[in-house]
Write a protein of this length. Sequence first.
Length: 208
Amino acid sequence: MSANVPLIRTLSACLLLAAAAPVVSAAPATAIDLPALMECRQSVSEFAALAPIAADPLKAVALGWRPLPQGNLFMNEYMLNAPITVFGRSAEHIAMAGGTIVALFDMPDPRPLAKELDLEVGYDAPEKFMAGRELVSRDVIDAKSGEALIESVILSVSNVKSHPGKTLAGCTYSLDQPAEGEAPAAAPAPTTGAPAEAAQPSPATPAG
């Protein structure tokens, strides 16, 4: 098991899908590219388009997503009317939680996919696995508040006790305040998203 404690903490928040409200403000209606979102090929601004969908099941139905009973209290699950291709694999079952969107694959062992995506292992035990890699970390300025923030985009693969035999793979988008004593670089890029709420692991978070 890796001794990389910061990565484990990050993955615990992002991959265990901790309970959190949508972390970005709703964006204007736009086409939603699910594969691009899950493969971390978009930004917080594009992810913002999912906020109203997560809040209103009828909006999901209008997109051809069928809301599923919650198998895990910390995420909203959907079955797509038409499969999509994500990470080179067909997927119909997806889930969202806070700033995270994932595809659920019928793969009992998540390790081969994590290796394929060149992810860093954060936790590896017989029944629990987490791996991830931060693809984007950049300074931005909130267009509304003028606040300096750090945009982070993390690719992740994991499993979860509530969904045996499944591998969860996707992306976490977040906006966070710089750590105390750290200043953003000069002329950061503007963003229209709202600050992310940092998801913290809790005893209720599924640990399996």
